[in-house]
Write a protein that binds this ligand. Structure first.
Ligand code: UDP
Length: 270
């Protein structure tokens, strides 16, 4: 790629991303995510492309006590190898910037992206059994899976299920466009949360999906999943102030768009 073209900036999305799988396969996660990033940085540096936007994750915050989470929160306690791989990469990028401040770096800490493009042409099509909540829900709705396992109903939350900050994938994508404009105009290393600032429980998601789409999602409560934190939602003020970005879609939109995609692509992209 770098031999054929010149690039102003690289948005580094590539990485494995399933929390549960990372607990079972830590070497795979460190190898793919950390070594993959090192290889990319080496080739970028060699070709003098020193602008990078990196897909980090809210998992880097571990289990903080204060909600909502700001970017100033300590990031040393991820509860799983996936989050740990993101912490290591953020550390590498910080060190790289300290060593050579010709690099311009934006770290985007994603909360929980769900939903699909409104055209229903682009959606989430995991291989095998989905690890994440929304694709599992849509596969139950389409009849591919019999019921959803809800991992844990004994957490210290309003209904006992975990709380996350779900963000529409199109809002997340727009956050990258804003970050790209910013990185070309401002120098340095910056970190932004990309979330809505609102927390919803697993049961909120299931009930919203049922209400807006008029479908039933059978579910059973299952044991807690290793590596899950109880509550996680963003303070997204910094991205609003500095990038001029904020999430626009509601949980209703996310559930409608995810279902539209699955309905129009019952077998995914195959
Ligand atoms: N979850 C669940 N059943 C599933 C998948 C996920 O109950 O089949 C729960 C999970 O325990 C967490 C929330 O849904 O509380 C979001 O999980 P997901 O894997 O989508 O994202 P994560 O927060 O792990 O990045």
């Amino acid at each position: 790629m770098f031999q054929k073209h010149t690039f102003d900036c690289c948005i580094h999305f590539a990485g494995l991303k399933a929390v549960g799988e990372s607990v079972e396969k830590p070497i795979l996660y460190y190898d793919n995510n950390v070594v993959g990033t090192l290889n990319l940085l080496k080739i970028m540096g060699k070709n003098n492309c020193k602008n990078i936007i990196f897909s980090s994750s809210a998992t880097v915050y571990g289990a903080p006590e204060k909600m909502p989470i700001t970017e100033n929160e300590k990031i040393s306690n991820a509860t799983n190898p996936y989050g740990q791989s993101k912490i290591i990469i953020e550390g590498i990028l910080n060190d790289l910037y300290k060593a050579d401040n010709e690099w311009n770096i934006v770290l985007l800490r994603y909360f929980n992206p769900i939903g699909a493009h409104k055209s229903s042409k682009i959606g989430e099509n995991p291989f095998g059994v989905p690890n994440n909540l929304m694709p599992y829900v849509t596969q139950v709705a389409i009849g591919k899976r019999d019921f959803l396992n809800i991992f844990g109903n004994d957490y210290d939350t309003k209904d006992g299920t975990c709380i996350r900050d779900y963000i529409h994938v199109v809002d997340l994508a727009k956050g990258h466009v804003c970050a790209l404009k910013n990185i070309m105009a401002n120098k340095g290393l910056s970190v932004y949360n990309l979330g809505t600032g609102k927390g919803y429980s697993v049961l909120d998601v299931v009930q919203t999906f049922e209400r807006v789409n008029g479908v039933k999602i059978p579910y059973k409560f299952a044991p807690r999943r290793e590596g899950d934190v109880t509550i996680n939602y963003a303070d997204a003020t910094k991205a609003k102030q500095e990038l001029g970005w904020m999430a626009e879609n509601s949980l209703d939109d996310m559930c409608k768009d995810a279902w539209n995609w699955q309905k129009n692509n019952p077998d995914g992209f195959r």
